[in-house]
Design a protein around this ligand. Structure first.
Ligand SMILES: Nc1ncnc2c1ncn2[C@@H]1O[C@H](COP(=O)(O)OP(=O)(O)OP(=O)(O)O)[C@@H](O)[C@H]1O
Length: 578
């Protein structure tokens, strides 16, 4: 008997490496906790005070990570929130107020400021620039307020805060608060909320098409981030001993960005490691190296950005996580069970629109479209370039709001519904360029799809290869496989109406034929209605139960392909024949 070549593969070392990783994943948090607990017994008072300051900074960076790392929202004025917490403690001492009430008020104020700020940012097509400007503005505004309200805040001199009597006991208190906040944060980001954030920060378009309310989830992350920053500021005030308007300033806001960038984003350990390392360095080397310390820090920062842009802890974390893409879906969110798709929505009319109008400036692209798609039918939307087909699909999906007309999905008035609510009604969408979360593995893309799915369904057998592909990011797949993955992702939510914009664009003839077969099969097996924008008449012939011709923003003809193709008005408008 011949021994297969594969049996000679070195299985044992791979297994043992996995074992080492698992052991280290369990042991390292315990060891780090034990080292932190033992610190007061082995270190002198200055070292413990330095570590306490480092933990304050770490908590601040951990808060910022929820926004910048997890939600992809860059704040360059996060010290605004930190300063609110610091002043809460200083004002409580100065004016003999209960510090619990002032700190609670500061945390509430941070959230109240953060929510409108992030909402304005997210309303822009690209939130980065408005968010950066707004957060800087809020910081400067609060700094100005702290300077001018001198009778209350002490003006430019600030307010002194008496430090803790026993350094060690404050270290323990602060460590306990940081541990509780850290643990709450871990629970938050390991579950469904974390999975929603992964999708919303990397591909908001696909996230919304997976039923995720991207604005809400990113707003929540930013608000929690601001609250944690305020709490960190409150813990910092007694350690610093003085709270002045500088605490709101750009210096601290950029420092925390550096701590986080050095330590590593989207991590629990990274923000604390980066902040503690820089703080300890500053305290021990700052006085002897003086300006050279900042220069060395700047050089280190530039080096890390070039060589390890994900931060210094990223490589060991990646190794501990084992083979697979750098970005993974949080473990606790992976447990959503598959269910069999129900047939409930299928008996209602999937799509009925009347008089839909849409203009871009003076150009009227849709000039009163009336269209229905019945359950289980496949309707192909054809027409000359610029006829308004993609615009119409965007209006149905919720990406664009119509100027006039009615739009009903499965009998419900949907004209004002956001994208994710339409997904909840049973609408799926595929784009001209396949839209998946490129950083996640195909398997994680499919898991993500069913987290919010109204009717989660097991991926059909023909997509099993993708459902089992854990090792490479979806962005590394060839175009045809990314297209198949997008289809599988859409199907995982059990849609009853699927919108497709030139699904075969960019595919070779064989892949296009395969995709067409798969779409037909999906339509036959699940009864899902299809509305397909398509130029390729071979695909239209293969797919369409019915063809709708759109020209100059109106429905020109409707019927079987051969009938509409013979229509003289269609030939004039679409084929250019006379
Ligand atoms: N966001 C937008 N802003 C301004 N004009 C737009 C916008 N989107 C589409 N248009 C314009 O609307 C018209 C219709 O575009 P649309 O993409 O809907 O046509 P189409 O029928 O899908 O064309 P094609 O078959 O070439 O993709 C075009 O003139 C396009 O330039």
């Amino acid at each position: 008997m011949t021994v297969p070549a594969a049996s000679n593969a070195p299985v044992a070392p791979a297994v043992s490496t996995r074992g080492i990783r698992r052991t280290l994943r369990l042991a390292l948090p315990g060891l780090a906790g034990a080292a932190l607990l033992a610190a007061p017994f082995g270190l002198d008072a200055f070292a413990v005070a330095t570590l306490t300051l480092g933990l304050c900074h770490g908590l601040f960076a951990y808060g910022l990570d929820l926004s910048w790392g997890r939600a992809g929202l860059l704040s360059v004025g996060h010290a605004a929130f930190f300063g609110l917490g610091a002043y809460a403690v200083a004002l409580a001492q100065e004016h003999h107020l209960p510090w619990t009430a002032t700190v609670a008020a500061a945390v509430a104020a941070a959230v109240l400021i953060a929510v409108p700020v992030v909402r304005i940012g997210l309303a822009a097509p690209v939130p980065d620039a408005p968010l950066i400007l707004l957060t800087i503005g809020v910081g400067l505004l609060l700094q100005r307020a702290a300077t001018t309200l001198a009778p209350v805040t002490g003006g430019t001199n600030g307010l002194s805060v008496s430090g803790p009597d026993v350094v060690t006991s404050y270290y323990v208190t602060l460590g306990a608060v940081a541990a509780v906040v850290g643990a709450c944060g871990v629970l938050l980001v390991r579950g469904r909320f974390g999975a929603r954030l992964v999708a919303a920060s990397r591909n908001p378009e696909r996230a919304a098409q997976s039923g995720i309310d991207t604005t809400r989830v990113r707003t929540a992350a930013f608000a929690v981030s601001a609250a944690v920053a305020a709490l960190a500021g409150a813990l910092y005030a007694p350690v610093a001993g003085l709270v002045s308007p500088q605490v709101f300033g750009l210096g601290l806001s950029t420092s925390v960005l550096i701590w986080l960038a050095l330590g590593g984003r989207e991590s629990t350990v990274g923000p604390f490691a980066g902040a503690v390392a820089v703080t300890v360095g500053q305290q021990y080397l700052g006085s002897t190296w003086q300006g050279w310390y900042l220069l060395a820090l700047a050089a280190l920062f530039l080096l890390v950005v070039q060589v390890a842009p994900a931060g210094l802890t990223a490589a060991p974390r990646r190794w501990l996580a084992g083979p697979g893409p750098d970005v993974r879906l949080p473990s606790a969110s992976r447990r959503a069970p598959y269910r069999t798709a129900s047939e409930s929505a299928g008996d209602r009319l999937p799509l009925a629109v009347t008089g839909i109008r849409k203009s871009f400036g003076p150009v009227e692209v849709l000039a009163g479209v009336d269209l229905t798609v019945e359950a289980g039918r496949c309707v192909c939307l054809i027409g000359p370039n610029g006829a308004g087909k993609s615009t119409f699909l965007n209006v149905v999906a919720g990406q664009l709001a119509p100027d006039a007309g009615t739009l009903r999905l499965f009998g419900a008035d949907a004209a004002g519904l956001p994208v994710h609510r339409r997904v909840g009604l049973g609408v799926g969408r595929m784009f001209q360029i396949p839209s998946v979360v490129a950083e996640l593995s195909p398997a994680d893309n499919l898991r993500l799809a069913r987290i919010e799915a109204p009717e989660p369904a097991e991926p059909p057998a023909e997509f099993r290869d993708l459902a089992e592909d854990e090792l490479r990011p979806a962005g590394a797949l060839p175009l045809a496989d990314r297209r198949r993955l997008e289809l599988a992702v859409v199907l995982a939510s059990g849609p009853r109406l699927l919108l497709l914009d030139e699904p075969a664009a960019g595919l070779g003839p064989d892949d296009a034929r395969r995709l067409t077969r798969e779409l037909r099969e999906v339509n036959r097996r699940t009864g899902c209605a299809l509305l397909v924008v398509e130029h390729d008449m071979d695909i239209v012939r293969e797919l369409a139960d019915e063809v709708v011709v759109l020209a100059e923003g109106r429905v020109l003809a409707r019927g079987p392909l051969d009938t509409v193709a013979a229509d003289p008005a269609v030939r004039t408008a679409y084929l250019g024949a006379r």
